[in-house]
Design a protein around this ligand. Structure first.
Ligand code: ZN
Length: 291
């Protein structure tokens, strides 16, 4: 058996123990250094993870922002299209097209594209926004056309309104009303198909509404005669004229002079014989005249 105390006592023994001590110290130092290195790597990893987390948070925030922008754009487009629908309805109302299901192709294609666009689950919010911006442009363009269309319809409506013979062709007393009357020529009861308006000889007789001259000439009974077609099967007649200022086929506008008051044909004095005919049947002109 080797006695340790003996070994220690010997020079060789002391060296051996010292060597073991150094080895142990070296081992401990190495272990400590490794632990330090590991913890440093760990700190780095944590730092990197924190950075990634921050990045992810930023991405999420950006996505949320994009989503809210897309939602806002969709909202705006929805409002635009609903305004468009209202304008279309207004245009249809003005054009009296309530019964018809006529839609402008522009609106239909926009609605179709909108539906298609909504079903596309695009990941790219930017692309979606671009598409929405384009759609909005289309909607605005269609809306503008509708405004123009509505204005045109309104204009046509106004024109139609201006065609109705509501103005007095000449101002004066009505000396003979429309309907059954005693003949001024002593021929018993007769039907007077218009009204006689007393007016000074030569005074201008004006168009009570827009229309087209369908007769301008002489007639045995009516004398100098002008007939105006106002559209909608509505005609007006002006009799006993002393002069004619219009020709057949000529368009006339409200207030335009057609001829001059006279006593031509079967007339007892200067006056205008004025008739309104609906589908060729004389009606009381006073129904149309606005005071
Ligand atoms: Zn008359």
């Amino acid at each position: 058996m080797l006695d340790v105390r003996f070994l220690y006592r010997t020079t060789l023994g002391r060296r051996f123990v010292a060597a073991i001590g150094i080895a142990l110290a070296g081992f401990a130092a190495r272990h400590a250094w490794q632990a330090e290195r590991q913890s440093s790597a760990l700190r780095d990893e944590v730092k990197w993870l924190r950075t990634r987390l921050a990045d992810k948070r930023e991405v999420i925030a950006r996505q949320r922002q994009e989503m809210s922008r897309v939602a806002g754009a969709v909202d705006h487009l929805a409002r635009t299209t609903s305004a468009l629908g209202e304008r279309a309805a207004q245009a249809r109302r003005l054009a009296h097209m309530e019964q018809s299901r006529v839609e402008t192709p522009g609106i239909l294609s926009i609605a179709a594209t909108l539906d298609g666009g909504m079903s596309i689950e695009s990941e790219d919010a930017g692309h979606a926004l671009e598409e929405l911006a384009w759609l909005e442009g289309q909607a605005t363009a269609a809306s503008d056309s509708l405004v123009v269309l509505a204005a045109l319809v309104k204009q046509r409506e106004t024109e139609a309104l201006h065609s109705v013979p509501t103005l007095w062709p000449v101002h004066g007393l009505v000396t003979s009303p429309f309907g059954a009357r005693t003949s001024p020529y002593g021929e018993g009861r007769e039907m007077h198909p218009g009204i006689d308006i007393s007016a000074r000889y030569g005074l201008p007789v004006t168009a009570p509404g827009n229309g087209q001259v369908i007769f301008a000439g002489r007639d045995a009974g009516y004398g100098g005669l002008v007939i105006i077609d106002h559209g909608g099967e509505l005609d007006t007649l002006y009799g006993h004229l002393s002069a004619l200022y219009v020709r057949e086929g000529e368009p006339v506008h409200r207030g335009q002079a057609l001829g001059a008051v006279g006593a031509t044909g079967r007339a007892t004095g200067a006056h205008l014989h004025y008739e309104v005919r609906v589908n060729g049947t004389p009606v009381d002109p006073r129904r149309y005249l606005v005071n």
